[in-house]
Each structure stands twice: as C-alpha cells, then as structure tokens.
Write a protein that binds this ligand. Structure first.
Ligand SMILES: [Fe+2]
Ligand SMILES: [Fe+2]
Length: 282
C-alpha cells in the first residue's frame, strides 16, 4: 500500500480573482507525484486545503486536483470550512457533520479525523469526535492503523507554531490512543515543515507543506517583543509517501520540483545496483 500525503495547500491565498502564489507550488507537487514510476494507491490531503474556507477556493482546488489520477481524500485544517467544502465536494465522506471517516480498503486502516474548531488556530476534539475515535479504534484493535489529522499534537519547539501538551484536545487524544498498540503512525500537517516525534508511545509524522515553509527557529519567543526572526521561508514545496511494506509503515518526504537526475538506471549501472543489493557476494 502506498499513500501519498499532500498538505497545507492554502489555495486562494491572495483572495478571489487574484493569482495565488500557492497554485504553482501545488502544480510542482502534482508533477512530482506524477513523475514517479510507482503511483500511489490514493492521496490524502491533510488540511488547510484553501486559505479562507470559501466556496470559490474549493472550486479552484477541485479544478487543480483534477490533474491527479488517483482517489483523493480530504480532511479539515484550521483554514477550512466544512460547509463550503461539502458544497463543492458533495460526495466526499463525512460523519456526524464532521469530515471524519475510515478508509478501510487497504492492509492499513486509515482513521481520518476532523480536528477543526472553527475560529481557532489550534486543534479541537469535542465529545462527539472523541466518541467516534474511541468507537473506531475499538472496532479493530489489532489491525495496523494510521491516524490522520491536520493539527500536530506536539510541543514542537517552534514557539509560535506549537501545541501545548496540556491543551484539552491533546490530552484527550493521548488518553484515547494510549492503550492501542496497533497505531502505526499519526500523520499530520499544520506546521509546514517535516517533523517526527512520539506521543503517548505512538509515532507522529508531520509532512512538509505545499505552501511556504515555517522557518526552523527554536529560540524562545516573547510575544510582546518582536525580534525580527524569520517566521516563514520561501523554501520549495514538498509531499510525503507512506509505504506499508507488510510489516511496518515507512514514511518518506521530498521537495519539488524533484531535481535533475545525476544517475539513471541504464545498462551501465547493473553492476552498481547488484553491488548495492549485495547480490554478487559469495
Ligand atoms: Fe497551514
Ligand atoms: Fe493549519
């Protein structure tokens, strides 16, 4: 199973009718994905799909993603709005009014969570969604499972893009998932840069974004004293691939455009490849 993750597209960044700087970035990501010889089985777009949650922006998103040849699933980020999204993506799965559902057709079960609290930047997990998560986890406690959510339940060390470990939604999440040994990975977006960590004994992976990167800067921040630090950096966009090898989930990410090849696999490289695979050893 090969799952592609695209996150934080923020399409429509400069408002309706204006060119969006994130559109060419998304096209670079789509081109990168389509250039791979092994295609993904599906694509999960993990929130902040558009900048301002408006219908026209979701129309734009739909038009851009028509270039993808694979099934596409979405979840909601803090910049998204469920009603406008469902207005455009009418057949997309949702449950109890939330964009949460299970992708159940593959060896790894994917629980897609909705952590949007409209009006808030940080995550949310109300009693309805908590009950949903409890129910879904209890259904198949032994099957390898991915939890997908927009918000990153981590104190990232980047002081302005972080979650407090004692935030109610993080505490709830930790309590619910702690007993489950079958959660292979929690995959997120929101932070606009690649991160790995553990929470409640589970692996967390944050994918690089389509939109510009949050700058790697871990200095303490005094909100009352701007210090000219770089907040956002114009680094290339990226995406991630989650590959289930039958035993464990391997998560890769890359930036786009994918660079010019320095070496390709032609006849001259057979010996090199055999060597890297240790095929010629006695
Ligand atoms: Fe974002
Ligand atoms: Fe976000």
């Amino acid at each position: 199973m090969l799952l592609a993750q695209i996150t934080d597209l923020h399409l429509g960044f400069d408002g309706e009718g204006n060119d969006c700087p994130n559109t060419p970035r998304l096209r670079q990501v789509i081109d990168g994905l389509k250039s791979m010889q092994r295609a993904p089985d599906m694509v999960l777009i993990t929130g902040d799909n558009v900048e301002s949650g408006e219908r026209w922006a979701y129309e734009l998103l739909k038009a851009e993603l028509a270039a993808l040849d694979w099934p596409c699933f979405f979840l909601m980020g803090n910049h998204d709005r469920r009603e406008a999204f469902l207005d455009v993506f009418r057949d997309h799965p949702s449950e109890d009014g939330f964009i949460q559902y299970v992708i159940d057709d593959w060896p790894v079960r994917i629980l897609v969570m909705d952590t949007l609290g409209e009006g808030y930047h940080g995550g949310a997990l109300c009693p309805v969604r908590e009950a949903w998560l409890r129910e879904k986890l209890a259904e198949e406690p032994d099957r390898p499972t991915i939890l997908a959510m927009h918000h990153t339940p981590l104190q990232t060390g980047i002081p302005w893009m972080t979650a407090k470990p004692e935030a109610p939604w993080v505490e709830t999440l930790k309590a619910v998932i702690a007993p489950y040994k079958n959660i292979e990975r929690i995959i997120c977006g929101h932070i606009h840069r690649p991160i790995t960590a553990m929470i409640a004994g589970k692996s967390v992976f944050v994918s690089p974004a389509v939109a510009p990167e949050v700058t790697l800067e871990l200095a303490e921040l005094n909100v009352d004293k701007p210090d000219e630090r770089r907040l956002i950096t114009n680094n290339p966009p990226g995406f991630s691939l989650h590959y289930w090898n039958g035993e464990t989930l391997i998560s890769h990410s890359t930036t786009c455009p994918i660079g010019d090849p320095l070496l390709i696999y032609d006849e001259k490289q057979i010996k090199t490849i055999r060597h890297t695979l240790d095929l010629d050893k006695d």
